[in-house]
Design a protein around this ligand. Structure first.
Ligand code: NAP
Length: 231
């Protein structure tokens, strides 16, 4: 598989690189500051044929275009785009809610993934069983979000879910699979130390799901364990 991944320098993104490279897949691993991404550099040295690192800030349209050009210089096709980069502002209440946090969240969690899918589409169209794998969250579920907090995060990821569903419908005739996936509550900087899942177990589950995807799965919301998630 030839995989394009965002947010590859830490957390779930770094674990994706580790597991994909260990299996012999090719990973175009992107992050905002590759020169500071020490753990990613270690993986790049360990798997020099499999891990290619490029800069990509998903808030910048210019950066998205440059990253896709750089990937296109190495491959004529992509099989998977994993939109993993994400941002979460803690402790939001209506009294302290900031427009800037809402804006940045929509840029990183919804607009960036969609614009990257747009730019990468020609490469995906030449891929084998192409998949756009959007990392969402249960906090984006309109059905389950009956509690307060996480305004910016939940709303922007719910937008990602709608974009996922709409893109899936448009790309269905081309047999490109588009899914939203909840990775579980995972021990990363975002998930915190009290989360029940390790990145290793979460990515193992998501990789099993990725391997099993067919057109039947497209346009739907899945958990890391491969169960359907309510919108
Ligand atoms: N951990 C959980 O429990 C959990 C639960 C549900 C969903 N998720 C989702 O899973 C994904 C990965 O989260 P994580 O737990 O690994 O979080 P994390 O450890 O906080 O990592 C977030 C990643 O996103 C990157 N990022 C942020 N803004 C970016 C931008 N403008 N351009 C490019 N990359 C950017 C970060 O890069 P920098 O180092 O440059 O900031 C980092 O690589 C996210 O989409 C998150 O919403 C996580």
């Amino acid at each position: 598989m030839r995989v394009l991944l965002t947010g590859a320098n830490r957390g779930l993104g770094l674990e994706w690189v580790r597991q994909l490279a260990a299996r012999g897949e090719t990973v175009f691993a992107t992050c905002r500051q590759p020169e500071k991404a020490e753990a990613l550099q270690v993986l790049q040295r360990r798997f020099p044929d499999n891990v290619k690192v490029f800069p990509l800030d998903v808030r910048s349209q210019e950066s998205i275009a440059q990253a896709v050009d750089a990937v296109a210089a190495h491959t004529d096709a992509l099989d998977v785009l994993i939109n993993n980069a994400g941002i979460l502002f803690e402790h939001e209440r209506i009294t302290n809610l900031q427009a800037e946090h809402l804006e940045v969240s929509f840029q990183v969690n919804a607009i960036g993934p969609m614009m990257l899918a747009k730019q990468a589409l020609p490469l995906l169209q030449r891929g084998k069983r192409p998949v756009v794998f959007n990392i969402s969250t249960m906090l984006a579920s309109l059905t389950l979000k009956t509690f307060s907090g996480y305004y910016s995060y939940s709303a922007s990821k719910a937008a990602l879910n709608m974009l996922t569903r709409t893109l899936a419908a448009e790309l269905r005739p081309q047999e490109i699979i588009v899914v939203a996936v909840h990775p579980g509550w995972v021990r990363t900087e975002m998930g915190g130390p009290g989360a029940p899942l390790s990145p290793e177990v979460s990515v193992q589950g998501m990789l099993r799901l990725l391997d099993s995807l067919t057109m039947r799965h497209s346009g739907r919301f899945w958990t890391w364990e491969g169960q359907e998630h309510p919108w």
